[in-house]
Design a protein around this ligand. Structure first.
Ligand code: 7XF
Length: 414
């Protein structure tokens, strides 16, 4: 029997949320329903299920018990009514946005978002007659000025990919609701353990489950949570008919990954603080010109430390920094690393480092990157679960080697 989760802590929901009905054999872990279709008892029953007159499964693109268990668990973790699972994070972003848009509509989006979300809005949406305004959402006046009579949706990431800029979800949701628009928040970088956008007025919360939620680097997947009627619309229009639904096997792996999310996030965050302290040393030594991590540049961004206190439970474990020597220094640093892997993605056990301008944010035009503050010397590091000392040792040897080569060849540093 499905147990009520009201009152449970997130640590418990991560393990028991969306518990499936008791398995006939008493299996502790719910079985994986790796099936494309479901057999009907009779033609009448099949017809009733298609007509929505009888509950029950039909076909895995329309619903699957393993996928449903994950949808329920993520909804409980986010404190939202319902959830829907998608094949990828982009599948979730696209299905969510397109469920509420039609030709002639307008979207207000943050200028600092993941590259393919930018590409979807800037290239594809415009082709279908949906206009998009990209704004600096940390500037509420600029954000307010972007609204039009036909604004249907507002989209933001906080902390933003790649440089962790924070947005005040409560303030933007107020603006959105004044204009009768829905607010969609991409919560990938935080997970519901560190930030629950619904508590601050977000209508829909999307995730790339590829990242921390799964946490083991072996799945590409997406999730969205929101009010039941909005999630039904997404599930039975854009997800069902465009077809980017999640495979049961991926859902099963994410259910497994989620069980350790609370302990993983704690370790990720502790490691990140240790790495930030090391990077601050590199900043003092002149190798790094700017460090991006929530709460680090408190003097210039006092609203960020306020948001860190009010909106987030911790700063997370993605760090970005501008290399003083620009593009050349950034690429030399990345090529020197050995334990830390040079790869896109984030939130895995392995520490991952990448160069946003040429990788994750290459779909942005150079002008859009400049407007969003994504320079050629910017590096993004996802701090993993290795011992913090070993992560720092690898970074230290790469910085030292960069410094030595700069001194030896008298190149670099601008
Ligand atoms: O479709 P995906 O599961 O890759 O998720 C898309 C996505 C959505 N929102 C955010 C905030 C994301 O960071 C992503 C994917 N980001 C990866 C990254 O930044 O490393 C993609 C690698 S190209």
């Amino acid at each position: 029997m499905h147990k009520p989760t009201a009152g449970w802590h997130a640590d418990t929901i991560a393990i028991h949320g969306g518990d499936a009905p008791q398995d006939p054999h008493g299996a502790l872990v719910a079985p994986l329903y790796q099936t494309s279709t479901f057999v009907f008892d009779s033609t009448h029953q099949g017809g009733q299920r298609f007509a929505g007159e009888e509950a029950g499964y039909i076909y895995s693109r329309l619903g699957n018990p393993t996928v449903n268990q994950l949808e329920q668990r993520i909804a409980e973790l986010e404190g939202m009514q319902a959830g829907a699972a998608a094949a990828t994070g982009m599948g979730a972003v696209a299905a969510t946005m397109m469920a509420f848009l039609q030709q002639g509509d307008h979207v207000v989006a943050s200028d600092a978002i993941y590259g393919c979300s930018f590409a979807l809005f800037d290239h594809l949406f415009r082709r279908f007659g949906v206009d998009v305004s990209f704004v600096d959402m940390s500037d509420l006046e600029q954000t307010k000025a972007a609204f039009r009579d036909n604004t249907q949706l507002v989209f933001l990431e906080t902390p933003a990919n790649p440089h962790l800029k924070l947005v005040d979800i409560a303030a933007v949701s107020k603006l959105a609701h004044q204009h009768k628009a829905r607010l969609v928040v991409d919560n990938t970088f935080m997970t519901p353990l560190l930030q629950r956008p619904g508590e601050f007025g977000a209508d829909l919360v999307v995730h790339s489950a590829t990242k921390y939620l799964n946490g083991h680097g072996d799945v590409v997947a997406g999730l969205v949570t929101g009010r039941s009627e909005d999630i039904e619309l997404i599930k039975f229009t854009t997800l069902k008919d465009m077809g980017a639904t999640m495979s049961p096997h991926d859902a099963w792996l994410i259910l497994r990954g989620l069980k350790t999310l609370p302990v993983r996030m704690q370790r990720h965050c502790e490691n990140a603080l240790a790495v930030v302290a090391f990077l601050q040393e590199m900043q003092q030594a002149g190798m790094i010109s700017r460090l991006y991590f929530p709460g680090v540049n408190q003097d210039e961004q006092s609203h960020e430390s306020d948001l860190l206190q009010t909106q987030m439970k911790a700063a997370g474990a993605v760090i970005a920094f501008d290399m003083t020597g620009g593009f050349r220094a950034a690429t030399r640093l990345l090529d020197q690393l050995s334990m830390i892997k040079l790869a896109v993605s984030l939130g895995d056990a392995e520490s991952l480092i990448q160069h946003p301008a040429s990788m994750t944010h290459s779909p942005l035009t150079p002008e859009a990157r400049a407007a969003a503050g994504i320079g050629d010397g910017l590096v993004r590091l996802s701090v993993g679960l290795e011992h913090a000392d070993d992560i720092i040792t690898d970074l230290r040897q790469a910085f030292t080697s960069l410094k030595n080569s700069a001194e030896n060849t008298a190149v670099n540093t601008d």
